[in-house]
Design a protein around this ligand. Structure first.
Ligand SMILES: Cc1ncc(COP(=O)(O)O)c(C=O)c1O
Length: 437
């Protein structure tokens, strides 16, 4: 229930006077679904409380990082201890070494890793490294995948394969966009045609292996195998953007899942973020030694950062990785996520609502469609007004999912069976209102 004074609205009005759109990252503004964004006052475990003191079961978890839930005691303690020793030095620390060791241990395709402060920075730097290492300019990306907001990545497909990509944001020069080829996800024919046309110019192919920025769409195994083969044939690098999936869908990331299905499979470079910082600004990219040693100060590819490897962020990330590496952690998380998606499927079916759902580890996505989409075009056939009714219906019932139909959802280790049951019951009530319309 909204109290007589709506503090969320008050704060949003103040924010809009000072911050463009009232937010520091666009999706937070609720533009897709309408209504007033919830201003978070505090969070604990699977919940957060908004400025009105209303509690929500949180299925966003800061868009992925909060895999342990909010305020996990071991993480809080590690951060508190780190704070005592200083906030930032601009000089190396032992924890950076420890975090690098933890990452390369959990993801064997990485022999070396560089820490940065955001996923955008990590993806941008990995692409610069790929270009520097291959001496080529063109990159290939896929429609519906997001890799942060570097200029060369804010690009949509041209009208045909032989035409240039177009910027999706003002301020991105056409001269930059023309080096990016954008292809439909999971489309082997177009992939082969693109390599046929441009193979010798392609520095890298960058992909979200399980795309979480068009809700939740997996790259098929044959598609991923073909990506790997074509990169190998043409001397291009395969860059896995695991900012979202890394340490989230499995301990070894999405690459460990494809590695089980495609013998010998591994990406050349991997981009990480979110969970490795446990909620602090920390991201990374890494790969084989021979490639990573092309970075400054050893090699010719420049990359740097005042706050890179920040001591508080590395403490938070290390404590988080330590928890998720405990035996059984991912089995329990995956089972909890599975019980949520199964519960949602059952109530959608019983209420006669078209629904499809998928999940892996602690990440899930659902569509008000009869079957799971394989690409962005199909995701966008979803009826956004029905999604918006579902979103607001859940929000009124204290369940917070992403305020846009093209975003994935996240379950944390702090979500209990009771939280799942409450969520499923709330969904049943809302689905009942969607049936007829
Ligand atoms: C797959 C992927 N790559 C890159 C990014 C960019 O990360 P950041 O928002 O930390 O810049 C995101 C952000 O959501 C992402 O989901």
């Amino acid at each position: 229930m909204t109290p007589s004074i709506d503090r969320n609205q008050e704060l949003f009005d103040r924010a809009r006077e000072l911050i463009p759109g009232g937010v520091n990252s666009p999706v937070r503004a609720f533009r897709a679904v309408g209504g007033t964004p919830r201003f978070v006052q505090r969070a604990q475990g699977a919940y957060f409380w908004d400025a009105n003191g209303q509690r929500y079961i949180d299925y966003i978890g800061s868009w992925g990082p909060m895999i342990l839930g909010h305020g996990h005691p071991a993480v809080v303690e590690a951060v508190q201890q780190a704070v005592q020793d200083g906030f930032s030095f601009g000089a190396p620390t032992e924890r950076e070494v420890q975090l690098a060791e933890a990452i390369v241990h959990l993801m064997p395709s990485l022999e070396m890793v560089r820490l940065v402060s955001s996923g955008t920075e990590a993806a941008m730097s990995a692409i610069r490294l790929a270009r520097g290492a291959t001496g080529r300019s063109r990159i290939v990306k896929f429609e519906g995948c997001y890799h942060g907001h570097a200029d060369s990545l804010l690009v949509k497909a041209g009208s045909g394969l032989a035409t240039f990509g177009h910027p999706t944001s003002a301020g991105v020069p056409a001269e930059v966009a023309q080096h990016t080829t954008v292809l439909p996800y999971n489309d082997i024919d177009q992939l082969e045609q693109a390599f046929g046309l441009y193979g010798s110019e392609i520095a890298c192919l960058v992909i979200e292996p399980i795309a979480g920025n068009m809700n939740f769409v997996r790259a098929s195994v044959p598609f991923m195998r073909r990506c790997r083969e074509l990169c190998d044939q043409h001397g291009a690098l395969l860059v896995f953007d695991e900012v979202m999936t890394g340490f989230r869908v499995a301990l070894g990331g999405a690459q460990s899942i494809y590695g089980r299905q495609i013998p010998g499979f591994r990406p050349d470079l991997t981009v990480l973020g979110k969970v490795i910082g446990g909620g602090m600004p920390l991201a990374a990219f890494g790969g084989p030694r021979a490639l990573m040693e092309q970075l400054a100060p050893l090699g010719p590819v420049y990359q740097a950062g005042t706050l890179s490897g920040n001591p508080i962020a590395t403490a938070c990330g290390l404590a988080t990785l330590e928890q998720i590496a405990q035996p059984g952690f991912f089995d329990a998380l995956a089972a909890r996520t599975r019980s949520l998606v199964d519960g949602l499927s059952i109530v959608a079916r019983s209420e006669g609502v078209e629904f499809s759902v998928d999940c892996e580890g602690g990440m899930f996505g659902f569509f008000l469609l009869s079957s799971l989409p394989q690409d962005y075009q199909t995701v966008m056939t979803s009826d956004s007004s029905r999604f918006n009714r579902l979103f607001h219906g859940l929000l009124e019932r204290g369940v917070y999912i992403a305020p846009a139909l093209y975003e994935a959802g996240f379950v944390s280790a702090a979500h209990t069976e009771d939280d799942i049951a409450t969520t499923v019951e709330a969904a049943r009530e809302v689905f009942a209102t969607l049936r007829t319309g």
